[in-house]
Design a binder for this molecule. Structure first.
Ligand code: UDX
Length: 437
């Protein structure tokens, strides 16, 4: 199968490389010529485990190419995937579809009858209809438009793509269904379920999945607050409810609030869709508020652990990316935390295994350290913000020896409170009994 993939961001690049790995011929298109040059030289624009090797091996076999030439890439393609960015518009949270519609207008000039156009970017309900309308307006007929939302997680994107819990295809005609079944055929061998739905249903499924996960996280975060008030442990509560099959153990990890490129954006976009449809979505609306407040309030936990005031204190921050195994800083909880610490007069020494370059663009007045122990040196408190694996096995006695104040604020509940106390640290977790008791 010949595939054109428009957009080489996270979704486009991972999907393109994985489709090529299935044996398809994939041409990835992007307007950014320097990005394409770098990709052709084997340099990845994002940090994602396994991606570089996958791109390299498929490019060498001639199945994966990178180009700025959209007409050339679309020529002969049986399926054209649209995987351009759909950022939240400033102010109103609407998904900005400018890049999607620009790509469609360009496509319209060159697309051949019989091609299937597939949206892979997360797009609001009705976007497929609008794409069809634009194509008709540009004089294109006999082209199918389908929706195939992506559920991959950053940091585990390739494994998620190759072993999906499900594949969702929203198609309104047989040809689109057949082409997408053929593209994903290698995954049927692994018995990955494919769910064929209407196009609008597929578009909504993606938002509903992300909104539900956001609700689940916010729920356990609120339970964590209650645990602190009543001296209970949220880790055990999460295990106790998660062992119930109807609830499930995942996404019940209390912490500083969710971030990243998907949950914050997609929950807002779902609310916009609901508003436009005149349907209130109180649960999702409240979840957005709960999460925003939580991220902004996290600094109070650090201040509380330092006796109420951070001015003049030195604070070591471990982990800046919104989650481990990525350099992505979008909507990272570290942003409000570090910004507020600096604004309130703290000196911040930060360390992240890969996100330093991205973080330097966001923070000013922050010292970046080369490892966790260097960050801790002379600090009044150590704050764990992102649970990279390399932080899980820190030598806590060495950490305690490096710190000036013996305070550990563990916003990801990575450490065992007893072990931390035994190492001479005052431990403050999230939802693990009364703070500091
Ligand atoms: C998410 C979805 O998982 C994926 O299916 C979708 O396609 C895109 O959005 P991603 O944003 O890469 O993927 O990260 P994910 O691992 O889901 O984590 C999102 C955020 O939730 C992170 O900030 C993470 O720290 C937080 N989180 C996750 C929690 O706070 N607690 C949890 O139990 C799980």
């Amino acid at each position: 199968m010949r595939i054109a993939m428009i957009g080489t961001g996270y979704v486009g690049l991972v999907s393109g490389a994985c489709f090529a790995d299935f044996g398809h011929h994939v041409a990835c298109v992007d307007k950014d010529s320097s990005k394409i040059d770098r990709l052709n030289a084997g340099v990845m624009p994002i940090w994602e485990p396994g991606l570089e090797g996958l791109v390299k091996s498929n490019a060498e076999r001639g199945r994966l190419t990178f180009t700025t030439d959209l007409p050339g890439a679309v020529e002969g393609a049986e399926a054209v995937f649209i995987a351009v960015g759909t950022p939240a518009r400033r102010g109103d949270g609407h998904a900005d579809l400018t890049f999607v519609f620009e790509a469609v207008r360009e496509l319209a000039k060159v697309i051949k009858p019989g091609t299937v156009v597939v949206t892979k970017s997360t797009v609001p309900v009705g976007t497929g209809d609008e794409i069809e309308r634009i194509l008709r307006e540009e004089g294109v007929t006999d082209v199918s438009v389908a929706s195939n939302p992506e559920f991959l997680r950053e940091g585990a994107a390739i494994a998620d793509f190759k072993h999906p819990d499900r594949i969702v295809v929203g198609a309104e005609d047989d040809r689109a269904q057949e082409v997408l079944r053929e593209i994903y055929r290698p995954l049927f061998l692994n018995r990955a379920p494919i769910l064929i739905t209407g196009r609008r249903t597929a578009e909504l499924t993606k938002y509903a999945a992300n909104a539900f996960l956001a609700v689940k996280i916010s729920f356990i975060n609120e339970i964590a607050d209650l645990c602190e008030a009543v001296d209970a442990d949220v880790q055990d509560v999460a295990r106790g409810i998660g062992l119930d099959n109807r609830i499930g153990p995942k996404f019940l990890h209390a912490g500083p609030g969710y971030g990243g490129s998907c949950f914050p954006k997609d929950t807002l976009a779902l609310l916009q869709t609901a508003d436009a449809a005149g349907v209130d979505q109180r649960i999702v609306r409240t979840t957005v508020e709960v999460n925003d407040d939580r991220k902004n309030d996290m600094v109070e936990r650090v201040a509380g652990a330092l006796g109420g005031d951070v001015a003049g204190k030195r604070v070591a921050v471990l982990g800046l990316a919104f989650k481990p195994n990525t350099d992505d800083m979008r909507e990272a909880p570290s942003i409000p935390i570090v910004t507020a610490l600096v604004e309130r007069g703290a000196q911040v020494s930060a360390y992240d295994p890969v996100a330093r370059e991205q973080a330097e663009k966001i923070f000013s007045g922050v010292e970046f350290s080369d490892d966790a122990y260097a960050a801790a040196e002379g600090a009044d408190a150590l704050v764990m913000v992102t649970e990279w694996d390399e932080f899980r096995a820190l030598d806590l006695e060495r950490v305690a020896g490096s710190l000036r104040g013996k305070v550990l604020v563990d916003l990801r509940n990575v450490y065992d409170p007893g072990e931390a106390e035994a190492a001479g640290l005052r431990y403050y977790g999230v939802g693990r009994g009364r703070p500091g008791s």
